[in-house]
Each structure stands twice: as structure tokens, then as C-alpha cells.
Design a protein around this ligand. Structure first.
Ligand code: NAD
Ligand code: UDP
Ligand code: UDP
Length: 315
């Protein structure tokens, strides 16, 4: 049994990770400032004696005694990370420094939730880990993209300078229950709009693509990555290579919900990547991991979650 810190543990992915590690018999310390996360995401874990929830902002130092750290704290949807862009960069950069400092003092293994956004609007398709990316350093997405890139730099410098045991995962679009209903990400937006019978907001022509990974598959990838030997640092892409146009996603959501919602066109946001698909050869080879849940099956579970949430009046 290990004592494991999860920053951003009350968020969408973090809450699933907390659950999974508790199921494995570990002690979990969930640290979150509830910026985009919510107590309700972990309310069902509060009775578990191995679970502890702490309100804390990772841009400030944190002194706790743990064996492993999963650093997930950071708003992840464009609406939320662009709301206070300076705080977003601080969370990625100062948060990484503090968690790396903690890992250094404790000699703890540390995992970083990096992102496919480090590839920006990619000119190489699909994106392998060797690709350095095409990122605008001064645009609206930069606080997130560059913050996460700088965090990766810090992880590798702490490894080179202090011999830390690091695991850097580049996560591609992930979806599932407990996504924030109003965070503007495409899967939650479309599902909530379809369930409410509101127009489905398609940005641009809807011909841009994304590859969607169901959250349970992703969490399995995290755990396998953390269990690798110290020589395995990443970066490793984690995502589902099944690539869909956003228009096809909209049509699929309408079909699965039986909704009468119509598609409504909106302008494409600035710097919106045209294509995104992970090359997961490395994850397959090193972690023996690949996603098992296909889009339709994952969407059905997500629809069931949002349906219950809307009926409960919580969203
Ligand atoms: P989320 O917004 O649901 O979770 C992020 C959590 O971090 C929230 O609970 C939030 O309250 C917390 N947080 C934010 N700033 C904080 C701070 N300064 N101190 C403490 N806690 C803070 O998003 P998510 O989708 O669960 O994403 C989790 C991580 O995975 C993020 O680091 C994100 O960048 C990364 N990621 C997610 C995706 C995706 O598709 N969901 C893709 C790539 C990377
Ligand atoms: N830190 C922390 N918890 C710890 C140890 C360090 O939050 O248990 C913070 C510390 O406040 C510092 C940062 O992590 O700002 C980086 O620590 P490191 O030891 O690498 O650098 P230094 O303290 O020498 O600046
Ligand atoms: N998108 C859309 N309608 C929405 C929300 C998003 O058409 O209501 C598009 C968006 O322009 C982008 C894609 O869906 O091309 C994925 O957007 P999301 O914000 O989920 O993730 P990211 O752009 O960070 O991959």
C-alpha cells in the first residue's frame, strides 16, 4: 500500500484516478482548489478511511508525506483556462515546481498530466512523441500550451539535475462521466445540448478532427505508466487513435440521444487545431496499453451520466 497524492483530484480525470487507486488498496490524498473540480466528484469517496480531501492551490508550496504524485491540477477546457490565463500559466509552472520540489524532498515518483496541446496545430499527422509541435506562443491558447510545455521542461530538468523519477504523459482528448457540464468541451457541450433539446453548436464547418479516449482507458494507461521502471520517463502519448470529424461526433450524439436538436454553426475559435490524432506506438510497446472502449460505448455511458445529472437538477 502506498500513500499517493493526486493534485486536481476532484476534477474529471482526477476523480476517476482517486477511485481506481483506492480500489487497489492505496491511501489517496486528493488536493484541489475546486476551480473547475467539485466536491461532488469525490463525495462518494469521503467515507473511505483511505481517502483524504484537502483544499489547496498548487501554486503555493505543499508539505505532505507521500510516496507517489500524480500532478493533474490545471483547468483543461479552453473556456476555463482562458478565463484567467495568468493563473493557468502559474498553475502549470509554479504548480510543477512545487510538486517537483515535493517529489525531490520525498524521493517520490512523479507523474505529469501533459497534453496533446504541446503539439499545437500540428503539421505532422498523427503526432508521435518526437514531434516538437507548432505552437503559437502569444495566442489565446498559449497560457495552457506553453504552461504545459514549460512544465515538461521542468520535469526533464529535475530529472537531469536531481535524478527524479518522472513520468510524463501527453493526454489527448478524453471524455466520460464527471466532465464539467458547462466547461465548453465538445463532448459535454453536445451531450448536454442534445439532452436539453437545444441547438448543437458546431464551430466552423465541423470538418476539424479529434480522437476521443474514454476516461477508464486513460486511467489504466496512467497506472501502467506509473508502474514502469525508472528508465521510462516518457513523454508518452495516451489517447484513442480513432479519429472523427466534429460534425460526425455531433451526428453520433444526436443519434444516441434520440434528440430533436438541430446543428447550429458558430465561428471557429482562434488557433483551433484542424486535426489531432495520437500515434500510440510507444504506449503499446512500453506500457502494453491501448484503448478498449470505442466511441459509441463510451458516449452511451457519458449520456447516461449527464441525463441523471440534469434530472437531479445539479446542472
Ligand atoms: P478538470 O478541470 O476537470 O480537472 C482539473 C482539476 O484541477 C480541477 O479539479 C481543478 O479544480 C483543479 N485545479 C485547477 N487549478 C488548480 C490549482 N491551482 N491548485 C489545485 N487544483 C487546481 O480537467 P481534467 O479533464 O480532469 O484534466 C486533468 C488534467 O489532465 C489537467 O492537467 C489537464 O490539463 C490534463 N489533460 C486533460 C485532457 C482532457 O481531455 N480531459 C487532455 C489533455 C490533458
Ligand atoms: N516544495 C514544496 N514541498 C516540499 C518541498 C518543496 O512545495 O515538500 C516547494 C518549495 O517551496 C520550492 C519548490 O518546491 O519553492 C521547489 O523546491 P526545490 O527544492 O527544487 O527548490 P528550492 O527550494 O531550492 O528553490
Ligand atoms: N467544438 C465545437 N462545438 C462546441 C465545442 C467545441 O464545434 O460546442 C469544437 C472545437 O472548435 C474543437 C473541437 O470541438 O475543434 C474540440 O474542442 P474542445 O474544446 O473539446 O477541445 P480542444 O479544442 O482543446 O481539443
Amino acid at each position: 500500500m502506498k500513500r499517493i497524492l493526486i493534485t486536481g483530484g476532484a476534477g474529471f480525470i482526477g476523480s476517476h484516478l482517486c477511485e481506481r487507486l483506492l480500489d487497489q488498496g492505496h491511501e489517496v490524498l486528493c488536493v484541489d482548489n475546486f476551480y473547475t473540480g467539485a466536491r461532488r466528484n469525490v463525495a462518494h469517496l469521503l467515507e473511505n478511511p483511505n481517502f483524504e480531501l484537502m483544499r489547496h492551490d498548487v501554486t503555493f508550496p505543499l508539505f505532505v508525506e507521500v510516496d507517489e504524485i500524480y500532478n493533474l491540477a490545471c483547468p483543461a477546457s479552453p473556456i476555463h483556462y482562458q478565463y484567467d490565463p495568468v493563473q493557468t500559466t502559474k498553475t502549470s509552472v509554479h504548480g510543477a515546481i512545487n510538486m517537483l520540489g515535493l517529489a525531490k524532498r520525498r524521493r517520490a515518483k512523479i507523474f505529469q498530466a501533459s497534453t496533446s496541446e504541446v503539439y499545437g496545430d500540428p503539421t505532422v499527422h498523427p503526432q508521435p512523441e518526437e514531434y516538437w509541435g507548432n505552437v503559437n506562443p502569444i495566442g489565446f491558447r498559449s497560457c495552457y500550451d506553453e504552461g504545459k510545455r514549460c512544465a515538461e521542461t521542468l520535469f526533464f530538468d529535475y530529472r537531469r539535475q536531481h535524478n527524479l523519477r518522472i513520468k510524463v504523459a501527453r493526454i489527448f482528448n478524453t471524455y466520460g462521466p464527471r466532465m464539467h457540464p458547462n466547461d465548453g468541451r465538445v463532448v459535454s457541450n453536445f451531450v448536454v445540448q442534445a439532452l436539453k433539446g437545444e441547438p448543437i453548436t458546431l464551430y466552423g464547418e465541423g470538418m476539424q478532427t479529434r480522437s476521443f479516449c474514454y476516461v477508464d482507458d486513460l486511467v489504466e494507461g496512467f497506472i501502467r505508466f506509473m508502474a514502469t521502471g525508472d528508465e521510462v520517463t516518457g513523454p508518452i502519448n495516451l489517447g484513442n487513435p480513432g479519429e472523427f470529424t466534429i460534425r460526425a461526433l455531433a451526428e453520433k450524439v444526436v443519434e444516441l440521444t434520440g434528440s430533436k436538436s438541430q446543428i447550429e454553426y458558430r465561428p471557429l475559435p482562434q488557433d483551433d487545431p484542424q486535426q489531432r490524432q495520437p500515434d500510440i506506438a510507444k504506449a503499446k510497446a512500453v506500457l502494453d496499453w491501448e484503448p478498449t472502449i470505442q466511441l459509441e460505448a463510451g458516449l452511451k455511458k457519458t449520456v447516461a451520466y449527464f441525463d441523471a445529472l440534469l434530472k437531479s437538477g445539479a446542472a
